[in-house]
Design a protein around this ligand. Structure first.
Ligand code: AMP
Ligand code: TRP
Length: 325
């Protein structure tokens, strides 16, 4: 079984990215063929400074390694290093329709405050490139956070459409979303997602100093009342903190609720802060070490070679199917 996923090297990665995506990737490496990449072409869909893109790309690679991905077992690569992504994108764009693309939630959200005349085409066709990423590696499983499911659904529609026309060429992917932590919310406003692009005080960045992280968690908004239980409507703040705790300790939400039943909010937050810091402290140390040692650059070089071989095989099949070869 093949597993594939990627993250865009934009903005500052958050604890949401860690819990919803990063942390889950390494669990597949012992018994699956895993491809994890840096979606740097996708990073260009919104304005980004070139130096920032370069730095983020290396940092994200270091985060992959620090999250436990073993480059001897997993192919870690940069999307733009494998030209088959752009080539398959050019072919597949003819099999997805403008109507479908304009219904994508991510497109609607990201473009809503933009001048309609200046929305880049890449933002609109984002799902075509994402489908190309997935289909090139014939991925069976795609672990992502909840917000990416719609993009995988459209990839699945594309597979049906393409295969109906040309025969069984493309492999059907399946999204996998972790049960706990598929959507980590902002600590200052638990009605919105913790995200790279928010103001910062409610978002824990993976590069934050540990003292800053503790402060952010201790000042997280809590809900009225004093009890600790799961209720997304009445207790969104507490539920979010419980989710973070459960995800990082690999416990069920129920077990966490039992553990904290008699805790006061302040003491509960202290425990949550400890777990986050005990996770991110060693994680940051490892990541910075990988950056310094040059391991990041070696990994990306090797990864590009390995990924290119597999990607070109699929590209050839598709080119033959549609009549380009
Ligand atoms: P992005 O930040 O959009 O590049 O997302 C990279 C990955 O992290 C995707 O699989 C997202 O679904 C996941 N992700 C992003 N934000 C969150 C969040 N707040 N909670 C859970 N998963 C998230
Ligand atoms: N769109 C994903 C995100 O927002 C990144 C991504 C690009 C991706 N291509 C992918 C994820 C293919 C899974 C599979 O972060």
């Amino acid at each position: 079984m093949r597993v594939l996923s990627g993250i865009k090297p934009t903005g500052k990665l958050t604890l949401g990215n860690y819990i919803g995506a990063l942390k889950n990737f390494s669990q597949y490496q012992s018994d699956h063929d895993v491809f994890i990449f840096i979606a740097d072409l996708h990073a260009l869909t919104l304005p980004i400074d070139p130096e920032e893109l370069r730095m983020n790309t290396r940092l994200l690679t270091a985060f992959y390694l620090a999250a436990g991905l073993d480059p001897n077992r997993v192919t870690i690569f940069k999307q733009s290093d494998v030209s088959a992504h752009a080539e398959l994108n050019a072919i597949l764009q003819n099999y997805l329709y403008m109507g479908e693309l304009s219904r994508m939630t991510q497109f609607k959200e990201k473009s809503q405050n933009m001048d309609g005349n200046a929305i880049g085409l890449g933002l609109f066709t984002y799902p075509v490139l994402m489908a190309s990423d997935i289909l090139l590696y014939e991925a069976n499983i795609v672990p992502v956070g909840e917000d990416q499911i719609q993009h995988i659904e459209i990839t699945r529609d594309l597979v049906v459409r393409f295969n109906n026309r040309y025969g069984k060429i493309l492999v059907m992917p399946e999204p996998i979303v972790s049960t706990v932590g598929k959507r980590i919310m902002s600590l200052s406003d638990p009605s919105i997602k913790m995200s790279k692009s928010e103001s910062g005080k409610g978002d824990i960045y993976l590069t934050d100093d540990l003292t800053v992280i503790r402060k952010k968690i201790m000042s997280a908004v809590t809900d009225s009342g004093s009890e600790i239980y799961v209720d997304e409507e009445k207790k969104p703040g507490i539920t979010n903190l419980l989710t973070i705790y459960a995800a990082l300790t690999d416990k069920s939400l129920d077990d966490c609720v039992k553990k904290f039943k008699d805790y006061r909010y302040g003491d509960f937050k202290k425990e949550v802060a400890n777990v986050v810091i005990n996770t991110l402290g060693p994680f940051q140390e490892k990541a910075y070490e990988f950056l310094k040692s040059g391991e990041v650059d070696r990994v990306l070089r090797d990864g590009a070679q390995k990924a290119t071989i597999i990607a070109n095989q699929t590209l050839k099949k598709v080119k033959e199917a549609v009549g380009l070869l």
